[in-house]
Design a protein around this ligand. Structure first.
Ligand code: URA
Length: 252
């Protein structure tokens, strides 16, 4: 391994350590196999990362570009046709999605807020900062994952999406997932979990255990905005526990 790669690897592991302990109040850091062997705590077992066969129909760069093109086409179709967004009022920019079209890990949030509406990018406000910290704590970067929402336009007064709104715009989220084919989805908050899992269960009952959407494992966790509002050690531990389960499910 080159000196530069080794340095990048240590920097990343250090950042992961800082974010996990600073933000989530955790007592140890599970280390992803593919970012090296930085020790978390002497004697603490490193969780095994399940290895699954990689999908290799196309070379990774080709596959990424094919998926990018498919997402671009879907984005245009959504902008022209979405029965919810084309009729909704009060938004400025559609917020389609952001990140790696060939991501192994996909996050699904609720709907754009004021800052997302201004920039046209999901999770760039306060909740976005917290989500970025969560991603770093997982040993990943925002560029490696894909982030989308149930609704692609900002609801007036940041209202929670109704079931009808979620169903109408959610068609395009389903298509995004079908293109990206992530290995794991982490849903953030109740509307995302309820839509993907076709459930009416409370968040507290859904989070923390595995579900499935179209054969893809889904780990529901609290929305970063909820975590910011109720930033208790207990909630932070719960979110971190959910994220750790997602990390362990990702192929190495
Ligand atoms: N909250 C969400 O659910 N999505 C965003 O993009 C921003 C805030």
């Amino acid at each position: 391994m080159s000196q530069r790669n080794e340095q990048e690897r240590s920097t990343r592991a250090a950042r992961q350590l800082v974010e996990t302990s600073r933000l989530l109040g955790v007592d140890f850091v599970p280390v992803r196999m593919d970012i090296g062997e930085a020790e978390s705590e002497p004697g603490r077992a490193v969780p095994q990362v399940a290895r699954e066969p990689e999908r290799k129909e196309a070379a990774p760069a080709d596959r990424r570009e094919q998926k990018r093109a498919a997402l671009d086409a879907l984005c245009e179709r959504h902008a022209a046709e979405c029965p919810h967004c084309t009729q909704a009022q009060g938004w400025t920019n559609m917020v389609f999605g952001d990140g790696n079209p060939d991501a192994r890990l996909m996050f699904v949030g609720e709907a754009p807020g004021a800052e997302e509406d201004r920039q046209g990018i999901p999770f760039v406000g306060r909740s976005g900062k917290k989500l970025n910290e969560m991603i770093t704590a997982m040993g990943l970067s925002r560029e490696e994952v894909y982030i989308a929402n149930v609704l692609k336009t900002r609801p007036p007064n940041n209202a929670t999406p109704t079931t009808t709104e979620a169903d109408r715009c959610g068609v395009y989220l389903r298509e995004q997932v079908a293109i990206i084919q992530p290995d794991v989805i982490v849903s953030l908050g109740k509307p995302a979990a309820q839509l993907l899992l076709n459930s009416r269960e409370a968040m507290g009952r859904m989070r923390g255990r595995w579900h499935e959407y179209e054969g893809i494992p889904v780990m529901p966790t609290f929305h970063p905005a909820f975590l910011l509002r109720q930033y208790t050690p207990e909630n932070r531990q719960k979110v971190w526990s959910d994220l750790k389960q997602a990390m362990e499910r990702l192929p190495g």
